[in-house]
Write a protein that binds this ligand. Structure first.
Ligand SMILES: NC(=O)c1ccc[n+]([C@@H]2O[C@H](COP(=O)([O-])OP(=O)(O)OC[C@H]3O[C@@H](n4cnc5c(N)ncnc54)[C@H](OP(=O)(O)O)[C@@H]3O)[C@@H](O)[C@H]2O)c1
Length: 379
């Protein structure tokens, strides 16, 4: 008599947008997963604020999926699961970006899996690509649009919306939360870039990547892109990540960065990866120094009084700080005059010092505005 293989029991912490969609997707895909894996995944218990008991769920599970969000009690539950010798799949970027090292080290010691594909860019499989496909590739730089809410807002604004209207629309269609501060302040993107930097460069980054002369620079900021850049066409709530390396030139991955079903599909992919013995937690961290002052091209916008000598004064100050101008356009006349420039790459410190000095001229009518520019083309 042949005995059926035991089901693969999944304990689910959180049954909200992602957890609910995950439970649905798992039941839809269970037979197919069983067909190629031999074991059928089943939900062994669900924890929310109003139902379930963590200890009981842990005892009945082979793996825990953490889609509760927040730091505590998620951190405590994840650590207890790992210490019990069981693997974890989490979608929690805040937890991974703040406590990743503690969780990775515990998982390495226990020799269990800790998968977190959904914590960065939702359904876009960037974590797995960095951990597995590109694990032998020395990565120079990662650029990403990792917050769908702000990309949606910027897309709406390029079509004429004001910031307030674009944010209201993002909230109406469900891309932005009622309290959008994590998204629009850059905190959400910073957590995701910290996780990517840890994977790509091996160095823990707490919050704010680029390898520069042996050091690392990580930041979140608005950027102008030339129209041929792979990220320039990514509009609406979509996410995209570009990985650059001399070895591979450039690889871009894009897709839905959020949404219950989309995120759940990344979580379920991680569950299947654990079932098939998938990748170990990241190796112990490397100590790479951080570089604060990085080189970039800049866009500079100056509202000026239109009188003789203005352009000469501005270019002289820029020159004194090592900023060379690639293009300059003057628009408007009289009190409505504007100088718009794009610089060649320059150290940020030089640009900031020049702007401070330029801001003191009496012909400057409002604070100078700058935005970084990424111009590099991949040939
Ligand atoms: N939503 C997305 O598109 C998306 C995309 C990528 C990653 N993520 C990540 O996925 C995670 C879940 O997000 P979500 O949008 O699904 O959140 P959500 O809709 O707010 O659901 C959270 C779930 O966790 C439960 N929960 C929260 N705190 C708990 C506690 N202390 N004890 C027990 N249960 C608790 C909630 O219980 P109740 O039902 O009782 O409130 C709810 O079922 C977060 O880490 C988020 O960053 C989400």
């Amino acid at each position: 008599m042949s005995s059926e293989p035991a089901p693969f029991r999944v304990g689910l912490l959180g049954h909200g947008t992602v957890g609910g969609a995950f439970a649905e997707l798992l039941s839809e895909r269970a037979s197919e997963i069983e067909r190629f894996n031999g074991r059928r995944p089943t939900i062994s218990g669900v924890l929310t604020r109003s139902r379930g008991n963590f200890e009981e769920i842990l005892a009945q599970s082979d793996l825990i999926v953490e889609v509760m969000g927040g730091i505590e009690p998620a951190r405590d539950y994840v650590l207890r699961t790992i210490k019990a010798g069981k693997s974890v799949v989490s979608a929690n970027k805040q937890l991974l970006s703040q406590y990743g090292e503690e969780l990775f080290e515990t998982a390495r010691k226990q020799d269990v899996r800790l998968r977190f594909e959904a914590a960065v860019a939702g359904a876009v499989p960037v974590v797995r690509v960095l951990e597995e496909s590109l694990s032998a590739t020395p990565i120079d730089r990662i650029h990403g649009i990792v917050n769908g809410t702000t990309n949606f807002i910027l897309t709406e604004m390029t079509q004429g919306s004001t910031y307030a209207d674009a944010l209201a629309e993002a909230q109406r269609v469900g891309y932005a939360e009622a309290d959008p501060s994590d998204d629009v302040s850059g905190r959400d993107a910073a957590a995701k870039m910290a996780i990517l930097a840890r994977l790509a460069f091996g160095t823990p980054v707490h919050l704010g990547a680029e390898r520069r002369d042996g050091g690392l620079s990580v930041s979140v900021h608005p950027t102008f892109l030339y129209s041929g850049h792979p990220l320039a066409a990514v509009s609406g709530p979509f996410n995209a990540i570009t990985v650059e390396s001399e070895t591979i030139t450039e690889i871009t991955m894009s897709g839905p960065g959020a949404g219950g079903r989309q995120t759940a599909s990344a979580v379920l992919g991680d569950v299947v990866s654990v079932m098939t013995g998938g990748a170990r937690p990241p190796a112990p961290p490397l100590a790479l120094p951080f570089v604060g002052d990085i080189e970039s091209a800049f866009y500079l916008h100056l509202d000026v009084a239109d009188r003789p000598g203005v352009l000469a004064s501005v270019t002289q100050v820029l020159g004194e700080h090592g900023v060379s101008i690639k293009s300059v356009v003057q628009r408007g006349m009289g009190d409505a005059a504007r100088l718009v420039m794009v610089t060649h790459p320059v150290l940020e410190s030089g640009m900031l010092a020049a702007i401070e000095e330029i801001g003191e001229f009496d012909f400057i009518r409002s604070a100078p505005r700058t935005i970084r520019v990424i111009e590099k083309e991949f040939l």
